[in-house]
Design a protein around this ligand. Structure first.
Ligand code: ASP
Length: 559
């Protein structure tokens, strides 16, 4: 029984008790990941005419690989009865929950060169459909158009609070020397064990923001680069997550996937001597938006014939984004040759990759907005796809006088030590502020550069504490600052479990609105609990569970 069930069986649910110690050791260490298998080299075999995806082979093969499946654990814990078909389980990694993963194989499996925006929409719909059932998602995909898919998914997934990690390989997983095993293993660990709420691309031990990458090598295992943003994580001896650059949705809105995309978009790469006719033909209707790949920091020839065609198209409502042909750097209005483009109505694309700019156009142009609103959206940062203006160095906790005084009395002074003291103290300080409902203190902690999703020694985040205390305003504040609703403490509880245990109806409603939900096991427990609450006439308990998303008919068998 989960602690949720235990808590609800107590009369007033006022404090956690020793019963927690009786939690089943079996399931609490599990997290689940859905692997959406779309195709790509990772699952290809050579059938004579070259490599092509082999249907119905990956699951069977993974089943035989001890590094990617622990059959003993599966049998001991009746895994196949508890999870859907095509489920596997990773061996236990150091002190982290066990990752159970289910493979959803597409038919037909595709070489990613054959993929279209309809395929992106299909992946997006599946993420939406299974969102509540899994802790994270891995998308197995060919490398050729992986950067496009990762970019497109990043825009389509609105208010994402769980990891979506796209990966694949350069060599089929069935071959002796291959990069598929490592890439799949790394992606599964990251998607299951860390709440990185972004669409990412994982390859060759690096986790990148999905809309920042581009494929740069057709032969090396190190196939991708993120030219203008450092990796979000690296998997070497240790798994290191760069939490400072991980983005979180700062809104109370629920996760949705916007699958409407506009296909009348294109990429026009300038080259010396490009003819007016070429540019004119490219900009003809039905073209709605183009990525103009210019030189250096956004320069184009100062030819009136070209600029005239660009201006005419822009006046017709075609949205034109300026991206550089250089791998690194950003478009700036440094030269006169660049200025002229903006006079003709072109929008600066910053340091966006052409893949990101194209899929952003496709996403934005499908919105029911005016051309001006769409242009504005194109120049805004929607999912961290470009670098914003630098507004001075971020303040760090080690700048705080309080931390410095403590450091002094402990006689430490170097930056690393100050940071370590800050990391150790701030979660507790933030939890203490959340307990007494002090939003000002939380805001001060946040402004010092601290992450309000950080957990204390028991894995409790300020959101857990505010949910236990029933501080609705604090919960609202924390959610609006990106606090994750999916954090689990040492007892396996989420903020939703806490709010349910302590019967704070408004908090339960707010957390649900923002996308919080029970896990598979909690649902089963809650279903059983409903029955006993009904028998004892505990209407309040019943109501809380219903508010938390437990369906009476489905879980108890009542009609
Ligand atoms: N052509 C393959 C694909 O993109 C290449 C790969 O997966 O590496 O599907």
């Amino acid at each position: 029984m989960s602690s949720l069930g235990q808590a609800l069986s107590r009369s007033r649910l006022s404090r956690p008790d020793a019963i927690r110690a009786l939690k089943s050791p079996l399931y609490e260490l599990e997290v689940s990941v859905l692997v959406i298998y779309t195709g790509g080299t990772i699952g290809m075999k050579d059938s004579g005419g070259g490599l092509k995806p082999e249907p119905n082979a990956l699951y069977k093969f993974l089943h035989t690989l001890p590094i990617l499946h622990d059959e003993q654990y599966a049998e001991d814990t009746k895994l196949y009865e508890r999870y859907p078909e095509f489920t596997l389980v990773l061996p236990l990694s150091k002190q982290k929950p066990r990752v159970v993963y289910t493979i959803l194989e597409y038919s037909p499996l595709l070489d990613s060169s054959n993929m279209t925006p309809d395929d992106w929409a299909k992946i997006g719909k599946d993420i939406e459909k299974y969102y509540e059932q899994y802790n994270g998602f891995v998308v197995l995909h060919g490398t050729d158009t992986m950067a496009y898919t990762a970019s497109a998914l990043s825009f389509m997934c609105e208010n994402l609070r769980k990891p979506v990690i796209v990966t694949g390989s350069q060599v089929p997983i069935y071959e002796l020397r291959n990069d598929g095993r490592d890439n799949l293993l790394g992606a599964l660990l990251l998607a299951g064990q860390y709440i990185i709420p972004e669409v990412c691309l994982y390859f060759y031990q690096k986790l990148y923001r999905g809309n920042r990458v581009t494929k740069v090598d057709a032969e090396s295992f190190d196939a991708f680069t993120s030219p203008n943003l450092r990796p979000l994580a690296s998997l070497e001896v240790d798994i290191k997550i760069d939490w400072d650059i991980v983005l979180r949705p700062e809104t109370l809105d629920k996760f949705t996937v916007s699958t409407e995309l506009n296909s009348n978009v294109g990429v026009l790469r300038l080259f010396p001597g490009i003819t007016t006719d070429t540019v004119k033909a490219f900009l003809q209707p039905p073209m709605n938006g183009i990525v103009l790949e210019t030189y250096g920091c956004g320069n184009a020839p100062e030819r009136p014939d070209l600029l005239d065609e660009i201006k005419k198209a822009s006046d017709r409502g075609v949205i034109i984004i300026n991206c550089t042909q250089c791998l690194r750097g950003t478009v700036k209005a440094t030269y006169e040759t660049g200025h002229k483009l903006y006079d003709a109505g072109v929008i600066a694309g910053g340091d966006m990759t052409p893949e990101a700019a194209l899929s952003k156009l496709s996403y934005v142009l499908a919105k029911d907005l005016s051309t001006e609103e769409k242009k504005k959206m194109m120049s805004q940062i929607l999912r961290g796809e470009m670098t914003g203006d630098l507004v001075g160095p971020k303040r760090s906790l080690s700048d705080s006088r309080f931390i410095q005084v403590i450091a002094k009395s402990l006689s430490s002074s170097c930056k690393e030590e100050l940071d370590a003291i800050g990391d150790a103290l701030t979660p507790s300080l933030a939890c203490a502020a959340a307990k007494v409902g002090d939003i000002e203190a939380l805001e001060a902690i946040r402004k010092m550069g601290s992450d309000l999703s950080m957990a204390d020694y028991d894995g409790r985040t300020p959101l857990h504490i505010a949910a236990c205390e029933g501080h609705l305003k604090v919960v609202e504040y924390l959610l609006s600052k990106g606090a994750t609703v999916y954090a689990r403490d040492r007892f396996g509880d989420t903020p939703l479990c806490s709010a349910v245990s302590f019967r704070h109806k408004d908090v339960v409603k707010l957390l649900r609105k923002t996308g919080a939900h029970f896990s598979r096991d909690e649902m089963v427990d809650a279903g059983m609990k409903l029955r006993s609450l009904a028998e004892s006439g505990d209407l309040e308990g019943l109501e809380i569970l219903q508010l938390a998303g437990v369906e009476v008919a489905r879980t108890t068998g009542c009609e």
